[in-house]
Write a protein that binds this ligand. Structure first.
Ligand code: NAD
Ligand code: TYD
Length: 335
């Protein structure tokens, strides 16, 4: 199998490529990535000299670059995206360009070239749940609240429309919140771990009683591989690990694991339109794909804290000048 992976220098894409080349030694991977602030060549440094891996710098919204990259490939897995809710609140345009226009360009290329497309989406397209609501299923209506989630929902609808209208072979995956090695420290878990290690304040939005369902990135990656190999054309699969946690409990556990001062935890002004709860019903993926997450949240979080403690060089380089400017702009006025 010759695979085109887009956004493979990001958090989940890099973990997916590493998993694929480990589990499917006869496969090869071309990685098309624009190398935005979130795309980091250091995430796949270990594959630099692997002949099965080829990196191409390019934009999924650029039809010429995509047509060239897809040449000779049997399937495409699309991870390329603007992925952070807070940045989408600051400026939505890059989200529409990459997540919507970029997906459309990929769809046109797949339509022309053939082969399967796995489009990696998110549970955030379903909007928010109340405390007693049942978890999201694949039939839950789309009701996104953030510009990020709205751009992902728009892309999902385009993928489904191309599957129906043009008969392309596409599968959509919608996963809950990921955590693990190489996650950019703008998201809750790596931000809290790295700040705790540095003795910096730990900014919890509002009362911290929002709920997220957490999955280790390698469990998500194995689900995407299962969808690629065994997914039904036109199907949507939810991935989750039935690990709902309050944000505040996650932050306090990180403080404990790092051995930081609990006084660093600080409640700050809430994110606008902050979704209160996400929860996923993964039974369709379990049944049809034979997929199951392999790690519990407790062991995965411990392992992740250790990874960040052991890889300070990686995240110190990532928390560079542009990161500091983002941090100041977003968190500066929140206390
Ligand atoms: P990320 O922000 O870490 O990485 C995104 C990657 O896409 C980067 O390497 C970036 O350089 C690349 N990219 C951005 N714009 C591009 C463009 N126009 N052309 C080519 N490459 C481009 O994101 P992530 O956390 O790895 O998320 C990957 C996918 O998984 C996204 O589609 C996201 O919506 C989805 N997802 C993420 C989570 C999560 O918890 N992180 C959960 C569910 C679904
Ligand atoms: P995040 O990692 O941004 O993922 P998402 O918003 O896509 O779920 O945030 C996870 C949860 O943590 C979410 O409820 C917002 C909250 N949060 C904080 O309380 N403080 C922070 O600094 C960040 C980044 C997130």
């Amino acid at each position: 199998m010759k695979l085109l992976v887009t956004g493979g220098l990001g958090f989940i894409g890099s973990n997916f490529i590493r998993l694929v080349l480990r589990e499917r030694p006869e496969w090869s991977v071309t990685n098309l990535d624009l190398v935005t602030y979130a795309g980091n060549p250091a995430n796949l440094r270990d594959l630099d000299s692997d002949p099965r891996y080829c990196f191409v710098k390019g934009d999924i919204a650029d039809g010429v670059a995509v047509s060239k990259a897809i040449e000779g490939c049997d399937a495409v897995v699309n991870f390329a995206a603007e992925s952070h809710v807070d940045r989408s609140i600051m400026s939505a345009a890059p989200f529409v360009r990459t997540n919507v226009t970029g997906t459309l360009v990929l769809l046109e290329a797949v339509r022309e070239h053939g082969g399967r497309l796995v489009h990696v989406s998110t549970d955030e397209v379903y909007g928010t749940l109340g405390p007693g609501d049942p978890p999201f299923t694949e039939r839950t209506p789309l009701d996104p609240t953030s510009p990020y989630a709205a751009s992902k929902a728009a892309a999902d609808l385009l993928v489904l429309a191309f599957a129906k209208t043009h008969g392309i072979d596409a599968v959509i995956t919608r996963c809950c919140n990921n955590y693990g090695p190489y996650q950019f420290p703008e998201k809750l878990i790596p931000l809290m771990i790295t700040n705790a290690i540095e003795g910096k304040r730990l900014p919890v939005y509002g009362d911290g009683r929002q709920v997220r369902d957490w999955i280790h990135v390698e469990d998500h990656a194995s689900g995407v591989l299962a969808a690629l190999e065994r997914g039904r054309p036109g199907a949507v699969y939810n991935f989750g690990s039935r690990a709902e946690r309050y944000n505040l409990d996650v932050v306090h556990r990180i403080v404990e694991l790092v051995g930081a001062d609990p006084g660093l935890v600080e409640h700050v002004k809430d994110r606008p339109a902050h979704d209160r709860r996400y929860a996923i019903d993964p039974s369709l993926a379990e049944r049809e794909l034979g997929w199951r997450p392999a790690r519990s949240f407790d062991e995965g979080l411990e392992q992740t804290v250790r990874w960040f403690q052991d890889n300070r060089e990686w995240w110190s380089a990532v928390k560079d000048g542009s990161y500091q400017r983002f941090y100041q702009e977003w968190y500066g006025g929140r206390s």
